[in-house]
Design a protein around this ligand. Structure first.
Ligand SMILES: NC(=O)c1ccc[n+]([C@@H]2O[C@H](COP(=O)([O-])OP(=O)(O)OC[C@H]3O[C@@H](n4cnc5c(N)ncnc54)[C@H](O)[C@@H]3O)[C@@H](O)[C@H]2O)c1
Length: 245
């Protein structure tokens, strides 16, 4: 039995994780805590799952490392500096695994993979992401990760900069810039998570779209991460590593 603790158990994602863990064979929901509860309820857990808030997640990861609890982290808002801090918590000889994935939806992970494959073959690539309006961070972690992956794939392939003659811009009109890849964020009531990657060249458009229609979408990926993380010490970024992509 893998003993699982959940940070953010009363939240939209955390509640779904608690339900999925309770239903999964081989997993035991050992603790479910939210804002104001003591983290000590998670002492003795094998794996902690964190879907909280960008302001809360760093302290939760530090606590997990200190208490020997492996961590599966879905909370978004990670910057390169934050990831360096996590590496600092883990030290040179990590005793636990920390898996951070900006998206646990298998379709979204494949979308990122396909975008990486396609990116060098088109002149222009831009991303539009749409989420529910209660989301704290913009752009989404998935969109930021996708943009960085695309930028890296294009740099490695020696692609020219994308054409863009904009010289006068209302701030934000061209979206956020991730190493030359633009990301546009929409916040619309009634939706959950949706992302489009538009790749174009003269005469041809390839559009890769992923839609999460319910939060259950993320659970197969979260459960795969829980089963995987204890055997992989140190920091791992992305569900693609778990899926072997
Ligand atoms: N990686 C993914 O696949 C994925 C998918 C959806 C959402 N997310 C991210 O997950 C996070 C949570 O999303 P949500 O929609 O469930 O948010 P939410 O606001 O519904 O839930 C967050 C919960 O965390 C609790 N919380 C805050 N600080 C805490 C702390 N220090 N300790 C314990 N609990 C604490 C809040 O009280 C709340 O109940 C966000 O960062 C979101 O972007 C990631």
């Amino acid at each position: 039995m893998i003993k699982v603790g959940v940070f953010g158990a009363k939240g939209r994602m955390g509640a779904e994780v608690c339900h999925a863990v309770q239903e999964a064979p081989g997993l035991d929901l050992a603790a479910a805590i939210d804002l104001g509860d003591s983290r000590d309820a998670l002492i003795g857990a094998d794996v902690a799952v964190d879907f909280t808030h960008p302001d809360a997640v760093m302290a939760n990861i530090a606590w997990c490392v200190e208490h020997g609890v492996n961590a599966v982290v879905g909370t978004t808002g990670f910057t390169p500096e934050r990831l360096d801090s996590v590496r600092g918590f883990l030290g040179d000889e990590p005793s636990v695994g920390v898996l951070i994935a900006s998206n646990f939806a298998i379709g979204a992970v494949l979308m990122m993979h396909f975008s990486k494959l396609a990116a060098p073959y088109f002149e222009s690539v831009e991303i539009i992401e749409t989420h529910h309006p209660m989301k704290a961070d913009a752009p989404s972690g998935t969109a930021a990760t996708t943009a960085r992956i695309i930028a890296q794939a294009r740099a490695e392939a020696g692609c020219a900069p994308m054409p863009d003659a904009t010289t006068q811009e209302v701030p934000g009109a061209r979206g956020a810039d991730f190493d030359g890849v633009r990301v546009h964020s929409l916040r619309l009531a009634g939706l959950i998570a949706h992302q489009e990657v538009h790749l174009t060249s003269a005469g041809e458009t390839l559009t890769i779209i992923d839609d999460a229609r319910s939060r259950a979408t993320y659970m197969p990926g979260v459960l795969a991460g829980i089963a995987w993380v204890s055997d992989h010490k140190g920091l791992t970024m992305g569900l693609d590593r778990v899926l072997g992509l």
